[in-house]
Design a protein around this ligand. Sequence first.
Ligand SMILES: [Zn+2]
Length: 264
Amino acid sequence: MTETYRVYAIKYGHREAKRGDHFLGGDPDGERSMPMDYFVWLAQSDEHTFVIDTGYTEEVGTRRGRPWLRQPADGLRMLGVEANDVQDVVITHLHFDHIGTIQDFPNAKIHIQEKELQFVVGPAMFTPAKHSFETDEIDRVVTALHEGRVNLIDGSQELAPGFSVHHVGGHTGGTQVVRVHTERGWVVLASDSSHYYENFEKKRPFSIAWEPERSLAAFKALYALADSEQHIVPGHDPMVLDRYAAPSPELEGIVVRLDVAPKQ
Ligand SMILES: [Zn+2]
């Protein structure tokens, strides 16, 4: 039977940025402020717990000029989840801000697209696309693969009833999105297939688009997988924290519930 999940966005980082940073080809109002938030996500049913992405480490964030707020594992602990106990981690793609703290989840199976692993060990890494990857973080995934802890996905896969992943590509060779069943219907975690609401609403790909046509097709996939536009959750938009409610007053500004309909 299809399981019903509680879904959380947990903010772990933030940086100042401009509109011109976020749209392929720039923006007419490029100097205007448009900050970026950094999230990991948690999906929990009565039977399953999935962590989606693992953020960046303090060291890498600091080196790359991304202020670091908390270790993603500490954010999960605020929701009663111990990283050590987590059995399943979905990695939407291998950029440093999505794979960074995978070492905090030593007992988890890592669910990743086969195409993403090929991407980071192939000729794309001779191009500036390499910039968003950390070599030792890729090494960690290869090590986990050799240890039998990686599930290589080719396209779409249901990981549990009511929880599936889907390759969309575009941003990187193997970017995937998550579709999860909740009380308000099918929610889609777009991750970096759409950093901001404005990317998918206006059909304007983010500035980092390995295959721009696939980035455009990814927007279509988001709409096809989600029950409505209100069920699509972008990967880096500070507005997510405004639109959804915190699960408790203490978590205000850090965590929101995505399985409860947005306030606006
Ligand atoms: Zn990202």
